[in-house]
Design a protein around this ligand. Sequence first.
Ligand code: NAD
Length: 250
Amino acid sequence: MSFEGKRVLVTGGSKGIGRATVEAFREAGARVAVNGRTTESTAEGIAALGGNDLIAAPGDIGTAAGCEAVVGAALDAFGGLDVLVNSAGVAMARSIETCDESFWDEIIDINLKGTFFCIRAAVPALRESRGSIVNVASTSGLAGDPNLSVYCASKAGVVMLTKALAAEFAPEVRVNSVCPGWVYTDMAKRYINKSDDPAAALAGINAESPMGRIARPDEIAASILYLSSEAAGIVTGANLTIDGGSMVSC
Ligand SMILES: NC(=O)c1ccc[n+]([C@@H]2O[C@H](COP(=O)([O-])OP(=O)(O)OC[C@H]3O[C@@H](n4cnc5c(N)ncnc54)[C@H](O)[C@@H]3O)[C@@H](O)[C@H]2O)c1
């Protein structure tokens, strides 16, 4: 797939799935803007990617103003936009009895509100370029997980936002999502390393998948590139589950 000359913004692009997506777009010839939550984390992410060619688009996507600043930095640098990837997100587990309002707000603001307001800020430019949006949801947006009610609700919201906005933006802008199962990033490692027996926790995650293993970030990035590409020119409102088959028997 070639993205020669295409202008791409990846939120959460300094780490994990976002970083792998930045690398894949860059290898495919795109110009890429990288968002991290702060100026420092964005610069660190860009340095880790060895990226003099990458554009910094720092900002906290947990507020509408932050989303506008992030998208604005990419538009200022590129003069337009062809692809928006919403990968920034947080996952935290708590039973409902221990969830307070600030816990709810943090997860919903970053995962759901942030996705919505980044899209709102980017859509005029994407309409102009007949561009595309890919949202990173989760299998937790399709099936319930204990102690992850807020995260599940945020990701189910992203799945439905994808469908509603696909209908609203067609035919100018395509909107799709991916729903990864477990992916071996810092997010998964934090969960694994919190366990009393990290090796057993990782083995348990691998065993949940009919494919017998956790996904790599580049495997999610590959699907994000496909959904952004001309090969998916008729695909909109779709949600691609990428979980080694974990959901087939749900
Ligand atoms: N790792 C998994 O197992 C998994 C599974 C399904 C879905 N996901 C989703 O994939 C996406 C990427 O997660 P990951 O695994 O790469 O995690 P990660 O923790 O490695 O990366 C998340 C990125 O989001 C950024 N971020 C968080 N809050 C932000 C904010 N307020 N403003 C700007 N950036 C912010 C972080 O700085 C980081 O760069 C998330 O939306 C996550 O929910 C991950």
